[in-house]
Design a protein around this ligand. Sequence first.
Ligand SMILES: NC(=O)c1ccc[n+]([C@@H]2O[C@H](COP(=O)([O-])OP(=O)(O)OC[C@H]3O[C@@H](n4cnc5c(N)ncnc54)[C@H](O)[C@@H]3O)[C@@H](O)[C@H]2O)c1
Ligand SMILES: O=C(O)C(=O)C[C@@H](O)[C@H](O)[C@H](O)COP(=O)(O)O
Ligand SMILES: [Zn+2]
Length: 373
Amino acid sequence: MTRSTTIVPVALGERSYDIHIGPGLITNAGTLIRAAIGNRPLVVLTDSAVADLHLSPLLDSLRAAGARVLDPIVVPSGESSKDMAKLGEVMDALLARGIERKTVLVALGGGVVGDLGGFAAAIALRGIDFIQVPTTLLSQVDSSVGGKTGINSRHGKNLIGAFHQPRLVLADTDSLKTLPRREMLAGYAEVVKYGLIDRPDFFTWLEANGKALIDGDDGLLTEAIRVSCASKADIVGQDEKESGLRELLNLGHTFGHALEAEAGYGATLLHGESVAIGMVMAYDLSVRMGLCPASDLARVKAHLASVGLPVSAAHLGGGTWTAEMLAAHMAKDKKVKDGRVTFILARGIGKAFRCADVALADVKTVLAASLAG
Ligand SMILES: NC(=O)c1ccc[n+]([C@@H]2O[C@H](COP(=O)([O-])OP(=O)(O)OC[C@H]3O[C@@H](n4cnc5c(N)ncnc54)[C@H](O)[C@@H]3O)[C@@H](O)[C@H]2O)c1
Ligand SMILES: O=C(O)C(=O)C[C@@H](O)[C@H](O)[C@H](O)COP(=O)(O)O
Ligand SMILES: [Zn+2]
C-alpha cells in the first residue's frame, strides 16, 4: 500500500516553508530535513511523554542521514512547561551544548514544546532556525504553523513571545496513534475553528466526519489536517504578524484564554477545551448582539458536544468563578487596542469577523450564562 504525503506550502517570501502531512515522516525526518536545510547540527527539544514514544526513531533517522545530533533536551509534559523558568532551563541547556548560529532546533511534540522551543530558537544567539515535528492533532493543525512562539505569564496566556517562523513542518500522522483521546478532542476544537471562521462547507463536512476522524480514520484525519493547515497558511500568508486578518484565528480564544488563566495552566483545562467553550461563548455573544441566527449557535454547540467537547464553563472552578473574574483576564488580551478588546464574532457558520464595539455588560452576561451551564 502506498503511504503518500501531502504538502501544504506557507507563502511568506524568504520565510516560506512547507508543511508535510502524512505517515512515516518521523522515521524519514533525517532525509527530509537534509533536503530542506542541508546538513547542519541539530538539537531536539521534546517532552518526557513524547520522548518515551517518538524520540528514538527521530534520532535514529537524523543520525542515519549523517547529521551531527547534540544531546536532546527533555522538558516535563504539559502546559506548565511554557513558563519563564523552563525557558531559562532550555536556554541554558542549548548554550551548554555549544550551539552555533547554524545549529537547528527540532521541536518534537505538541504545542507546548513547539511554542517553547520556537521561542527559545527565536532568542538563542539572537535567533537560530527551528523545525516543527508536531505530534498532537492540535499542533499538526495549528500551533506548528504560522510562527507564533512564546510562553505564559502570571499576567496571562502567551504574553511573552516572538514571531519566528519554522523552516519546515513534519506532521507525522502515525504519531497520532499514541495520542490520548482527550488530546485528540482538544485538537479537534481547533479544526472546527477553521470551519467556523470562513469555511462553512468544511464545518458541514466535519459534522458528517468528525467522529470518525477523532476515532483515527487515517484518510479523514489527513484531509482535516490538510484543510486546517491550508486555511491557516492562507491567513498567515496575508497577515504574518497579526495586524488585522490573522486575529480571526483567535476565534474563541478571548474567552478561552481567560478560562485557562483562571484554571492555572494545568491539566484541569486543556487549551483546545478552552477554545471549544470559548467558541460557543463567541457565538452566544454574536446571537445576543443580534448579529447571528440562534440556529447557528445551536449547530456549533450540538456538534462540539456530539464529539465529547465541553461547551460551557459550568464544570470549572467548583462554583467559585465569576464573570467579573474572567472579564478581568480578558482586559489583558493581546487584541486590546486603546483599552478595548477586539472580539472575534460571527454572522453565522463560516462568517467570523472582528469587532471592537462590544459592551462589557453583554460579555459578562455571556460569561455568567456559560458558568451557569
Ligand atoms: N503557536 C500557535 O499558533 C498555537 C496555536 C494553538 C495552540 N498553541 C499552544 O499549544 C499548546 C497546546 O498544545 P497541545 O494541545 O499540543 O498540548 P501539549 O503540547 O501539552 O501536548 C498534549 C499532551 O500530549 C502529549 N503528547 C504529545 N504528543 C503525543 C503523542 N503523539 N502521543 C502521546 N502523547 C503525546 C504531551 O506529552 C502532553 O502531555 C498551548 O500552550 C497553546 O497555547 C499555540
Ligand atoms: O496562530 C494564530 O494566530 C492563532 O491565534 C492560533 C491560536 O489557535 C493559538 O492558540 C495562538 O497561540 C493564540 O495566540 P495569541 O496571540 O492569542 O496568544
Ligand atoms: Zn489556539
